[in-house]
Design a protein around this ligand. Structure first.
Ligand SMILES: CC(C)(COP(=O)(O)OP(=O)(O)OC[C@H]1O[C@@H](n2cnc3c(N)ncnc32)[C@H](O)[C@@H]1OP(=O)(O)O)[C@@H](O)C(=O)NCCC(=O)NCCS
Length: 180
């Protein structure tokens, strides 16, 4: 399996992958998010990686820029969305995509990465609850999602030093993408 950056030619395949992975209810929401988020200039720098096995695209992950309001400037990104083709799930594709993304971001000097997702999945990559560090989500989340709002520092000493409200790109910051 190879992991590489996506190109414009991959867009339809990537959207189809998310449609299949997220299913008929959530899939169309994620596809329209991708349609709007990829050209959003406030989302840059973007890191868009896909996993492929020969001609078969197995998974995709996207990282986009976030800023932390009222804090000293810090290089930060958010992971969203991530999807693996149903037939390729539970074989480590998601794990390899996330780890490759975090490694590339670390090399690029990114200090913090956020995600809103399943703690059971993302804690294995080093994500931890963000709220306890004073890093709040763009919109207030229902109490049951408190643990799902997570952060990871890619260089030590940032957590605890930086706090404030996280603002995603113009598109990803929209309320509909945070509270279904
Ligand atoms: C969430 C998602 C991206 C995970 O992708 P994945 O490639 O299946 O993830 P991984 O294989 O890395 O890990 C999944 C599980 O497979 C297990 N696994 C990993 N490699 C394995 C292998 N070689 N053999 C057996 N199991 C393996 C992992 O331990 C993990 O176990 P868990 O059941 O305790 O969670 C995928 O399920 C998906 O696309 N879901 C729909 C969209 C979605 O919900 N996206 C996330 C939004 S935040």
């Amino acid at each position: 399996m190879d992991i590489r950056q996506t190109t414009a030619a991959d867009l339809e395949t990537v959207k189809e992958l998310h449609r299949e992975a997220f299913g008929p209810e959530e899939g169309p929401v994620i596809v329209s998010l991708l349609d709007e988020l990829l050209p959003d200039p406030t989302a840059e720098p973007i890191l868009s990686l896909l996993a492929e096995d020969g001609p078969r695209v197995l998974g995709h992950v996207l990282f986009t820029k976030v800023v932390i309001q009222g804090a000293e400037p810090v290089a930060a990104r958010i992971l969203a969305p991530l999807a693996v083709l149903p037939s390729a799930q539970k074989q480590g594709v998601g794990q390899q995509l996330v780890e490759a993304g975090l490694s590339q971001l670390r090399d690029a000097g990114v200090e913090l990465v956020f995600v809103l997702g399943d703690p059971a999945y993302y804690t294995r990559f080093g994500f931890e609850p963000a709220g306890v560090h004073g890093l709040t989500a763009p919109h207030s989340l229902p109490a049951e999602y408190a643990e799902a709002w997570m952060v990871q520092e890619l260089c030590s000493g940032v957590l605890g030093r930086v706090s404030g409200e996280v603002e995603a790109s113009q598109v990803l910051n929209r309320r509909e993408y945070w509270i279904g």
